[in-house]
Write a protein that binds this ligand. Structure first.
Ligand code: FES
Length: 129
């Protein structure tokens, strides 16, 4: 593993960005990796369909927590409709290293939660698109 990316992942794991919970969120979702029980909870605050702020909490391996932390930085300022369409590639670009098939579920856990929050909100409030 490339040293830079290993350090980058460990930094996000040890000092997760946007970690915590809001008292009030416009959108939230949580999910777990069924293989290990690790979980992520995401909350979004919105302004006119745009992500104004985000928090995540959870527990899990370095890849799952670091990739969720990186995603919170990615989605700040994004339209909710764009969050709903984020691709796996966005996560892989963030993480910056090859992810083995067995760790792919770890890396994608945060993305799954974010997309589920965004898609659920858009289904309930289609005008926010
Ligand atoms: Fe549980 Fe990675 S081992 S999410």
């Amino acid at each position: 593993m490339d040293d830079f990316y290993r350090d980058y992942i460990l930094d996000h794991y040890r000092n997760p960005r946007n970690f915590g919970t809001f008292e009030r969120a416009d959108v939230e979702a949580e999910d777990l990796n069924p293989l290990c029980g690790d979980e992520i909870h995401m909350q979004l605050q919105l302004d006119d369909g745009v992500v104004r702020d985000v928090r995540f909490s959870g527990k899990g391996c370095a890849i799952s927590q670091a990739s969720a932390s990186m995603l919170t930085e990615t989605v700040k300022g994004m339209k909710l409709s764009d969050v709903a369409q984020l691709s796996k590639q966005a996560v892989l670009d963030n993480v910056g290293i090859g992810i083995s098939p067995t760790r792919m579920k770890c890396a994608m856990l945060g993305l799954r939660v974010l997309k589920s929050a965004a898609i659920g909100r858009l289904a309930a409030w289609p005008d926010e698109e």
